[in-house]
Design a protein around this ligand. Sequence first.
Ligand SMILES: [Zn+2]
Length: 439
Amino acid sequence: MAIKKYWDEEIETISKNNLKKYQLEHLKKQLEWAFNKSSYYRQSFLENNVALSKLKSLQDVHKLPFINKKIERDRQLAKPLLGDLVCVHEEKVIFISTSSGSTGVPTVSPFTTKDFKEFQDVESRLFWGVGMRPKDRYLHALNFSLFVGGPDVIGAQNLGALSIWAGSIPSDRLLFIMKEFQPTITWTTPSYAWFLGETAKKQGIDPAKDLSIRKIIVAGEPGGSIPATREAIESLWNADLYDFFGISDIFGACAGMCENKDGLHLAEDHIFLEVINPDTLEPVAEGEEGEMVLTTLRKEARPMIRFRTGDIITATSEKCACGRTLKRIKVKGRLDDMIIISGVNIFPSDIEFIVRGIEHLTGEYRITVFEEDHLSKLTIEIEKEDHSTIEDIELASLFRDKVKTRFGIKPKEIKILPKGHLPRETHKAKRLIDLRNKN
Ligand SMILES: [Zn+2]
């Protein structure tokens, strides 16, 4: 039996016209569902004079009000546990995950049986897209504790892969599982993939030769989409690295790279995408950077309508070499992490791009933003490799020049540290320290 190329060929290779029809039909249903079942959406549509009967095209979505994390949190507090964005009674909800809560009360993301099944089907699709097949052994090393990425393992299992439910466990134990069970695919954050590879080497294990991981899925940080970072991890592990993007309010992963690694295909049958200018709130032109706004098309428990994610992305509708027609996104970073220096927008991922491209450096870095004479200034700390013979002063000047060439700005200070001086994070690396607005 020939193995299929796509998990869901009809959706993944759908024509633009058919996708538009599909999205419009489901958008209408989703909005009616929200209006009829959620007290929040009903009131918000009425207050904003939204007439659902007049919704004729996908562009009309612009007439709808936005929601954001703050509204999500406030509505949850107003009507605990699930809030009044929900459209079903609690009896229908079979699963909840929560956001990390790093910026306040954790928000709860509810799923009905249908939502959960569709979520897992999208995960299977994304896994299939990176080449996971039933013959693979998949090591799931994501946190199971309330985290939406936990149940993604079911997507691998439904695909037929032998799935190892490891969860978030100490590195020594994870390496033990890798040695003993010889899994072929795993999923982690980019900084942890790097950390784990380095830890293995310290124990005398060469991840490229002694371990069988040949595909690594990463998410949670932009690293997987920064070519130099991706290539460094790929060569450490002798594996292909694929970036996924998830959002706890919708799915564990709702977009993922295919084997061509040029952007992440979005599950457009479940999500309608807008990219807007975060200041004017108007759509940006195709390919331009802007904030990602998502509208669910099929969510039963809690539709998210024009949800401002706070992520800055670019998107393209050009057909991919893999044959899939679904839009591809590239995530640049969080709007909150964007620094404006001399009028230039910079993300930690931009600095990472430079750091990873210089062979004398370990790849670790930390950015501090502070205010001086009412202007934002940058200090960048980077680590020199032990074997490098370049003088610190020369290395700092090389780095400064690269930043200047790429962004036209000069960091106030470049600090060269010995290898191992910056903290290694096992989960999300803290790359940005913002000292502004503090007296
Ligand atoms: Zn593709």
